[in-house]
Design a protein around this ligand. Structure first.
Ligand SMILES: NC(=O)c1ccc[n+]([C@@H]2O[C@H](COP(=O)([O-])OP(=O)(O)OC[C@H]3O[C@@H](n4cnc5c(N)ncnc54)[C@H](O)[C@@H]3O)[C@@H](O)[C@H]2O)c1
Length: 330
């Protein structure tokens, strides 16, 4: 039985990853540690809460003792580290929480993995560590790290710390840097669920600046498959870019959702631009495709339809998020 530690598994990508892995492998046990911040939603994994192949431990990765105890109790075959403060807007208002969770929290995990000689450590980073691009060009794994927001700077800090543990201590760290994810179970403060849920309620949809900022969209299940491939075939010490080949402006993405839901474009409301807003992210995932034998399978139009359908079908999920009911008992 392979034993995997997943951090941040109650969040958007972590929960989809756990579901992906448990649906594919019978010989796998997953321990999910999550602090249950506002972004951690146990509803995401209610279907497997009582599975023998899964265990949830509420733990904060900024607490070295808690992290140490979990590693001491369980020899893990691998760690997949998602836990982070992840929302750029919040990082502009409360940067300290990002430095603590993303830098200090990652440090404690790396230390525990070093101490207990964990044979594989996947650090889930982001394309935002590369900073911003002009109208042309792509980020490769060799691009310099030039983060522009407190969020991306804290992720760059943790990314470099992870690298240093590979270089200095020989910890088998693999770093993945992915583009913008979309799909089921994403917290409604992020762009695509915001568009979908506001459109469903006929509410104004706020779009930063003139809406021409470009992002590369990656279906979350394609991302999960890429991390699975990195776990199986990735080489320790390497960095892998994971992108979707779907560059769109924020305005294009908004129009796509409005068309699908047959809602008017008059819902779009331009608001003052985000401070330090990166103009364009575009990722070159050629190395990952070549070396890990992975490719993003989902076309954006299809993935968006399925995502919209998920939010429409799972009304009780997002109503519990909207009302704050998912926070009960914390
Ligand atoms: N969502 C994206 O588009 C995207 C893109 C690139 C990279 N990433 C990275 O992927 C990872 C997951 O992103 P997400 O969108 O699922 O984030 P999310 O905000 O949905 O989930 C984060 C999870 O981490 C948990 N967490 C936060 N602080 C913690 C702490 N101190 N201790 C333990 N748990 C803690 C939260 O409770 C939550 O469940 C993050 O590291 C993020 O930087 C995300």
């Amino acid at each position: 039985m392979r034993k995997l530690l997943v951090t941040g598994g109650m969040g958007f990508i972590g929960s989809n990853f756990i579901l992906h892995m448990l649906s594919r492998y019978d010989d796998l046990h997953i321990t999910n540690i999550d602090a249950l911040t506002y972004a951690g939603n146990p509803d995401n994994l209610s279907d497997i809460a009582h599975s023998d192949a899964y265990r949830f431990v509420r733990a904060d990765i900024t607490d070295a003792e808690q992290v140490g105890r979990i590693f001491a109790e369980n020899p893990f075959d691998g760690v997949v580290h998602f836990a982070a403060e992840s929302h750029v807007d919040r990082s502009i208002v409360h940067p300290e929480a990002f430095v603590r969770a993303n830098v200090l929290g990652t440090f404690h995990l790396l230390e525990a993995a070093r101490r207990y000689e964990t044979p594989k450590f996947i650090h889930v980073s982001t394309d935002e560590v590369y900073g911003t691009l002009g109208d042309t060009g792509y980020f490769t794994e060799q691009s310099p790290l030039m983060p522009n927001s407190p969020y991306s700077a804290s992720k760059a800090g943790s990314d470099l710390l992870a690298r240093s543990y590979a270089q200095t201590y020989g910890l088998p760290v693999i770093i993945t840097r992915c583009s913008n994810n979309y799909g089921p179970r994403q917290f409604p403060e992020k762009l695509i669920p915001t568009i979908i849920l506001r459109a469903l309620h006929d509410e104004p949809i706020p779009i930063y600046g003139d809406g021409t900022h470009v992002r590369d969209w990656l279906y979350v299940m394609d991302h999960c498959a890429a991390i699975d491939a990195a776990l199986r075939r990735g080489i320790a010490g390497e960095v892998y870019n994971i992108g979707g080949h779907h560059e769109r402006t924020n305005l294009e993405v908004t129009r796509m959702v409005l068309q699908e839901l047959r809602k008017p474009e008059s819902l779009i409301t331009f608001v003052a631009d985000r401070l330090g807003h990166d103009k364009r992210y575009a990722i070159d995932p050629a190395k990952t495709e070549r070396e890990l034998g992975w490719r993003p399978g989902k076309e954006l139009e299809q993935g968006m339809k399925e995502t919209i359908m998920w939010y429409v079908t799972n009304r009780s999920w997002w109503e519990r998020v909207r009302s704050g009911a998912y926070l009960e008992g914390r």
